[in-house]
Design a protein. Sequence first.
Length: 128
Amino acid sequence: MRADLASTGMALLAGMPGPAALPRLRREPASGGEALLVDGRAVYAELAARDPRALAAFSVPRNALFGGGGGHLGSVFTTSGNLTAIRLRLDALVRFAPALLEHLPVLRRAIAAHTVTVPLRAGHGIRN
């Protein structure tokens, strides 16, 4: 399972070999306790329909460095055959090529439009 979490707690789950699972809460949280899930397929489809230039830019190989200096150099969207993998984090451990910077607001809006908040209580978890 692979999910790169942004500083907002969002995760794009796509291209994973098995079902995704979030850890279960052991006790009732004093505050928060929500999981934010993003429909990566819908984000991709929205970019394809509304801003193909942004989608193309985020699909260029080696346009983002994930994980700092020793991290992975790749793209946000990687298509192989009919499968598309999504790799994204929006925290201090990502560096985007300058050509991508103009497209980040479009990507962030698409992510926000396709985010679902799932409240979790003690003992709850998510498996999809």
